[in-house]
Design a protein around this ligand. Structure first.
Ligand SMILES: [Zn+2]
Length: 176
């Protein structure tokens, strides 16, 4: 009974570490001073938290395999603010309150069950944010504009099948 209680007691920080450190994150690489996308070894962090030995290690980095033997100094940034470097949160904050360039609908942050919003490139192609490499997102945010999912679908169709789209002007008589 005591053992079960002790196990449950230790399992809570383990689970918290696992769920807290999952997901793709953006950090500023201390070597290049540019954005890099990393994954923390969440399973290992969970076992570490369970055994009261915090172990934070990277599982993946966009600069690997070339720089696989780096000192992983960027982990400090994740330790200081694990939430703020989550790609999901960064993207969500960027969309929040912005307007779709086509329909001017105000966008909210990301929601797990919703379709992903998109971005309009300077050459007028819309692309879903998930299709972009995470380490490019910060640069992309300065050159691209927000597009809602509905307009992304419409614009993609219009771009791929211009022969099937007819633009009808609104007739004032029909509206009144
Ligand atoms: Zn729209």
């Amino acid at each position: 009974m005591l053992a079960v209680g002790l196990f449950a007691f230790r399992a809570i920080p383990g689970l918290r570490a696992y769920f807290g450190f999952r997901g793709k994150r953006l950090i500023t690489c201390p070597e290049t001073h540019k954005a890099a996308a990393v994954d923390v070894a969440a399973g290992e962090a969970a076992v570490g938290a369970f055994l009261s030995e915090p172990t934070l290690r990277l599982k993946e980095c966009s600069r690997w395999p070339e720089r696989q033997d780096c000192g992983q100094q960027c982990l400090q940034q994740i330790e200081v603010s694990p939430e703020n470097c989550l790609v999901w949160n960064i993207v969500s904050t960027w969309y929040e309150g912005k307007q779709c360039v086509f329909c001017h609908k105000t966008l909210s942050g990301l929601h797990h069950l919703d379709h992903a919003p998109a971005l309009l490139s300077p050459d007028h192609k819309s692309v879903e944010w998930r299709e972009l490499r995470p380490e490019q997102l910060l640069d992309v945010f300065s050159t691209h504009r927000p597009v809602c999912w509905n307009c992304h679908v419409t614009e993609t169709f219009r771009r791929l099948h211009p022969e099937l789209v007819v633009d009808r002007k609104l007739e004032p008589k029909r509206i009144t």
